[in-house]
Design a binder for this molecule. Structure first.
Ligand code: SAM
Length: 292
């Protein structure tokens, strides 16, 4: 069964009474080379287990099952489950769970399905919730080796940007807290049915085994990253001032200078370890002010 053939997709959908559900971001792959390449380049090893999000009718799932030990896919759309039963019938290393990935207890699912197996996430994500899914996976603290996902190209550029790039922003720095994101390849809109309005790209986040920075307080770090990009045309001190209203501009300047940066530095120039220095300096300032 060649799921990347448009006729095959149509016939499966007709047989199971399915329609493309826009609300669930359903754009299925019909370019044969793409699912194979995503599966090959996702960073998993032969012994790996794969957590797939949104299998659709199983196009990427089939390629993953050919290469890896076990694939568990979480699909929100109940109407797709019988179709997957048919398209994935030949693979005994595949299982689908009918659930919303944003509501699943990831730690419990991973323990139950994968035990100690090395684990990679691989998915063609529904674009309406790209960032919540990626941040949810990273913030879960679950032991993923890699998170390889197809997303909108524009978001891919943001996630993979370097400090100083025009695409660098709070989401870039938020992802960098947990791993290293790189763009693997671009995918044109014509590779999907229905064709989305935007081009896509596949990115891989290699998740850090240990944090590459250490801070006294993670919540202050979160506030620094949020505040640094709140008003990106301003200096770091001015941009941070609305987030840290408990400190005066002078105190914030002292904190930034105390972390060894120029008082007029811009947030978009700082990498993750540099944000950590600013976070610790601000944390100390707040504690001193509170008399602690
Ligand atoms: N993997 C298939 C492919 O590449 O052809 C389909 C990818 S399609 C872009 C996204 C899939 O995610 C759809 O099957 C959709 O129903 C599913 N989906 C959307 N929201 C979801 C959610 N919150 N949890 C789990 N799956 C979701």
């Amino acid at each position: 069964m060649k799921l990347t053939s448009l006729n095959e997709v149509k016939s499966i959908m007709e047989k199971h009474g399915l329609r493309f559900n826009k609300g669930y971001g359903q754009n299925f792959l019909i370019n044969e080379a793409v699912p194979r390449r995503i599966a090959e380049e996702c960073g998993a090893s032969q012994e790996s287990a794969i957590l797939e999000i949104g299998p659709g009718i199983g196009t990427l799932s089939q390629e993953l099952c050919k290469l890896y030990k076990k694939v568990v896919a979480v699909e929100i759309d109940t109407t797709l489950i019988p179709a997957l039963g048919e398209t994935m019938a030949e693979f005994d290393n595949f299982k689908v769970i009918n659930a919303d990935i944003l509501k699943v207890d990831l730690a419990a699912l991973i323990k139950e399905e994968f035990g100690d197996m090395p684990l990679t996430v691989c998915a063609n994500l529904p674009y309406y919730i790209t960032t919540p899914i990626i941040m949810g996976l990273l913030e879960s603290g679950c032991r993923f080796d890699n998170i390889t996902v197809m997303i909108q190209k524009e978001v891919a550029l943001r996630l993979c940007a370097k400090p100083g790039d025009s695409d660098y922003g709070s989401v870039t720095a938020s992802v960098a807290r947990y791993g290293k994101a790189s763009r693997l390849f671009n995918v044109s809109a014509g590779s999907f049915v229905p064709a989305p309005k935007v081009d896509s790209a596949v990115i891989r986040i290699e998740v850090d085994k240990e944090r590459k920075y250490s801070v006294k307080d993670e919540k202050t770090m979160t506030r620094v990253i949020r505040g640094a990009f709140a008003q990106r045309r301003k200096t770091l001190v001015n941009s941070l001032s609305s987030e840290f209203s408990e400190l005066s501009k002078e105190e914030l300047t002292e904190a930034v200078v105390g972390a060894s940066f120029a008082p007029d530095i811009r947030g978009e120039k700082l990498g993750i370890t540099e944000f950590a220095l600013v976070a610790d300096s601000i944390y100390d300032k707040i504690q001193t002010k509170r008399g602690k």
